[in-house]
Design a binder for this molecule. Structure first.
Ligand code: GLA
Ligand code: ZN
Length: 661
């Protein structure tokens, strides 16, 4: 890849516009401080107008014009949207959905990852592009396809591949019956050939889960073929793929292993979602194994999704941009350069509007952000590190399993993690989002809520973490699933977790459904009483001390929050979902107990994030409110964006950002 620099650019579709316009676009991009555009992900018909006939002239010419203005490209393989010749020659490439409908041409992501023809066509176009562009000085990186997702395909190719996949994982049909609990409703099989993709929503959760795992593996194989094809032509090529933040349809952790770095797409929509965005950036940094991920698509104006959405007010895009950089993005690429006239996204804003006129506020704001990005480049932001001593454990398996129950959702996993995330964020304590099998030893506190699905290895890792001095916090439904989403028969949370947390559970209450007249549990802690939601485990301590109890109805006197000391550390169990105020109280208490202090105290709604440039903190202050905020500073610092020394009290206007060294 190129030298390490903070990239700034947009998703560009030269194939939609007259050639005479390219030069105008390139100049406007350069004037906005841009150095990169992502191109090509929907241009298969341009690259391969008919099967086997390749044509790179249009993109060669566009890349040449862009290059003259200092703009280089991220090139995408164009397989996301198939040209009509693919569908007409090979109609079976299209997804067969659960209702038996064969999807058609005219959309995107409507083809099957298991289809051998599609795989062959993908390898051919990728190879032709990779051969043509190998070593091209203006190609900075590659993106495979676009936003891989679960296809939902149940075609014969998928069914056959699924059976083969199962036969390599289960010793025999009986072993599979046992592992999935298939005696239920006579679903057990005698031969792998009897197994089918799940077509009914009442299929066993184990069946649904393994079908997702299988389909995810098909996507991994598809991606791997493209990555290997690109690298076979150009061993120096850097390849990524654009993720969809917390999406759980395919295994992003595994996908990340096959990429040189992770890229993400984010459409924050409005100011009320900034804390979700913060969480999303931390999730993505986790997949990337640290900072240096790219934003391949960041919202830069009104968008059309379910409907046409609001136009972001002045300052909003700037705030989204700095938020992403502060949390580890080394490239900001806006979706899209220019609003397009046709197609189902015709009311989706670009950096420039349909008229292409640079007087628009959208363009002028990006120009101003580009100037700030240039200042951050001089500060050496790209490649800088982020070091945190608090982590949130997010298991991809849990995320996926929670979404499949009865064709619906068992729990909102990310919502539960965010109950803990928000008070950490508000405290200005940096947090990493990690996986149960990552190295936890560098963290003083690990929050592991709703760890419903675990493996013996993961449990052993957690035990070791606590024994060696870590503080581990979990919440309800711990250990209630095995790896196959089957319920274990040991008393909850299962023998080894009983030992770690020092509690047993025989009773619980689901608080998400009907019976609105029945009282829900109340929990008393540290002089306050809190309401509960979602779920409540009734904790019976074996060796744990009780921190909080339920106080009403049949819930009293079960324990609600407990702490067990194991070796040099502690394991805390929070039995229920609780009011927001509870976490605002509990989380800072735990963080302080573990000896972690906030980086800076700021008024509510102002978030401080730190990137370490050669060990020195570069502090981003983000005003996530629509009011002016005053931030007292502990000492004089250098205000990087304004280019001056800071006053003792920094004033941030609504949605304002400051970067301090
Ligand atoms: C996704 C896609 C883009 C575009 C945007 C619209 O992120 O990758 O091609 O459709 O959504 O918001
Ligand atoms: Zn299929």
């Amino acid at each position: 890849m190129s030298e390490r620099t903070l990239h700034f650019g947009a998703d560009y579709y030269p194939e939609y516009w007259p050639r005479e316009r390219w030069e105008v676009d390139a100049r406007l991009m350069r004037d906005a401080g841009m150095d990169i555009v992502r191109v090509g992900e929907f241009a298969w018909r341009v690259f391969e107008p008919e099967e086997g006939a390749y044509d790179f002239e249009l993109f060669d010419a566009a890349i040449e014009v862009l290059g003259r203005y200092g703009i280089r490209v991220m090139l995408c393989t164009p397989t996301a949207a198939i040209p009509v010749w693919v569908q007409q020659r090979y109609p079976d490439v299209n997804v067969l959905d659960v209702s038996g409908r064969r999807r058609s041409w005219g959309a995107r992501k409507n083809w099957c990852y298991s289809n051998p023809t599609m795989r062959r066509l993908s390898r051919s176009i990728t190879d032709a592009m990779a051969q043509h562009y190998a070593g091209h000085p203006n190609v900075v990186a590659w993106q495979t396809d676009n936003e891989f997702s679960y296809s939902g395909c149940v075609c014969d190719h998928c069914a056959a591949a699924f059976r083969r996949w199962l036969a390599t994982r289960y010793e025999s049909p009986e072993a599979l019956n046992r592992a999935w609990g298939l005696r239920f409703w006579s679903m057990d099989i005698h031969d792998f050939d009897e197994m089918m993709p799940p077509l009914e929503r009442a299929h066993s959760p184990a069946h649904l889960l393994d079908y997702r795992r299988f389909q995810s593996d098909q996507v991994m194989a598809f991606n791997r073929e493209q990555v290997e094809t690109i690298k076979a032509a150009d061993c120096a090529a850097k390849v990524t793929h654009n993720f969809m933040t917390t999406y759980s349809g395919i295994d992003y952790r595994e996908l990340a292993r096959d990429l040189d770095f992770v890229a993400n797409d984010m459409y924050p929509r409005d100011i009320t979602r900034l804390e979700d965005c913060a969480y999303g950036h931390d999730v993505i940094r986790g997949y990337n194994g640290g900072p240096g991920f790219w934003m391949n698509e960041l919202q830069c104006g009104y968008i059309n999704r379910e409907n046409q959405l609001r136009t972001p007010p002045p300052g909003m895009i700037r705030l989204w941009t700095h938020q992403a950089i502060s949390q580890g993005a080394d490239a900001i690429i806006y979706f899209r350069w220019r609003s397009c006239t046709g197609g189902c996204e015709q009311f989706h804003s670009g950096v420039v509007q349909h008229d292409g006129d640079p007087v628009s506020r959208s363009y002028r704001e990006i120009v101003a952000i580009g100037e700030e990005v240039q200042r951050l480049r001089s500060e050496g932001v790209a490649g800088s590190s982020i070091e945190n001593s608090v982590a949130i454990l997010r298991s991809f398996d849990v995320a996926r399993a929670m979404e499949l129950y009865y064709g619906g959702r068992l729990f909102d996993y990310d919502a539960e993690l965010q109950r803990y995330y928000r008070p950490i964020l508000r405290q200005n304590v940096g947090v990493d989002v990690v996986h149960p099998e990552d190295d936890l030893s560098r963290y003083r506190v690990v929050f592991a809520p709703l760890l419903m699905l675990t493996t013996p290895d993961q449990i052993e890792g957690l035990r070791r973490y606590v024994a060696e001095g870590g503080v581990l916090v979990t919440s309800y439904r711990l250990g209630a699933y095995d790896l196959h989403a089957v319920v274990p028969t040991e008393t909850l949370p299962g023998d080894s977790l009983v030992e770690l947390f020092g509690v047993r559970i025989h009773e619980y209450d689901c608080l998400m459904t009907d019976a609105p007249a029945d009282p829900t549990p109340l929990v008393a802690w540290d002089g306050e009483t809190y309401g509960t939601c979602v779920w409540a485990d009734m904790l019976e301590p074996t060796t744990a001390e009780v921190l909080a109890r339920y106080t009403n109805e049949w819930y009293a006197p079960f324990a609600a929050v407990t702490r067990n000391r194991v070796g040099a550390g502690q394991a805390i169990y929070v039995g229920a979902g609780l009011d927001e105020a509870f976490y605002a109280h509990l989380v800072p208490w735990i963080v302080a107990e573990a000896g972690v202090s906030p980086f800076l105290e700021t008024p509510e709604g102002v978030v401080a994030k730190v990137r370490l440039v050669e060990g020195q903190p570069l502090c981003f202050l983000l005003n996530m409110t629509t009011q002016e905020q005053v931030v007292p500073l502990p000492r004089e610092m250098h205000d990087v964006l304004r280019g001056c020394a800071t006053p003792p009290e920094l004033i941030l206007s609504p949605r304002d950002v400051a970067v301090l060294r």
